[in-house]
Write a protein that binds this ligand. Structure first.
Ligand code: GRF
Length: 210
């Protein structure tokens, strides 16, 4: 088997997607990737607890201690290089990425967003969809660029919005999709099956959900 790709997951909050991506790899002897690092910018975030439970090393970062976002990211990049990280997976990481990180991992940073982009980018996407009256909600996995949830789309999945949905009822259904979709995309990426041509993305052989 080819060597497993080493990925770093960046999270700021609960970390349920981090856990889904990490456990999918840990439970699969043939996984093409392993989660080698959690980068977390929020002290006390639940993601850190999850990492400790799963035995994933944690890099707890303090962006405010730096003079600039670039200086902060330069330090993170140095850590990622030292640890032999192949690509980066954002999972509820509540910061925009600058050119420092983007240029260090060109087209090798992924993100997941709880809407059908380009609808409802930014914060509180599920609340935005409900407030707008959308009849379908969903999930997008995309490449990260310098904008807000604006990179090329890799995969999407939609679910119907029910007339009585609230954020409390809809968000868990959205997250259930996330927890299935993100590991499948990360796996395809680690297997070098994802091709980018302008904004058009193809996945050779498609996504595998086993
Ligand atoms: C997810 O809904 C993801 O789409 C968004 O942030 C949320 C993170 O959730 N980017 P969790 O921390 O993985 O539970």
């Amino acid at each position: 088997m080819a060597q497993r790709k080493r990925i770093a997951v960046f999270a700021s909050g609960s970390g349920s997607n981090f856990e889904a991506v990490a456990t999918a790899a840990a439970g699969d002897a043939d996984s093409p990737y392993e989660v080698a690092l959690l980068v977390c910018d929020k002290p006390g975030a639940r993601a850190i607890e999850r990492a400790e439970r799963l035995g994933v090393p944690v890099l707890a970062v303090r962006p405010k201690q730096y003079d600039s976002r670039e200086a902060y990211e330069a330090d993170v990049v140095r850590e990622l290089r030292e640890r032999g990280i192949d690509f980066v997976v954002l999972a509820g990481y509540m910061r925009l990425i600058t050119a420092t990180l983007l240029d260090a991992f060109p087209n090798r940073i992924l993100n997941i967003h709880p809407s059908l982009l380009p609808a409802f980018p930014g914060l509180h996407a599920v609340e935005q969809a409900l407030a707008y009256g959308a009849k379908v909600a969903g999930v997008t996995v995309h490449y990260v660029d310098g904008g807000m949830d604006s990179g090329a789309i890799i995969a999407q999945e939609a679910i119907p919005v029910r007339s009585d949905d609230t954020p409390e009822t809809l968000f868990p259904r959205v997250q259930a999709i996330e927890h299935r979709l993100y590991p499948a995309v990360v796996r395809a990426f680690a297997e070098n099956r994802i091709r980018l041509d302008g904004r058009r993305v193809t996945i050779e052989g498609g996504l595998r959900f086993d």
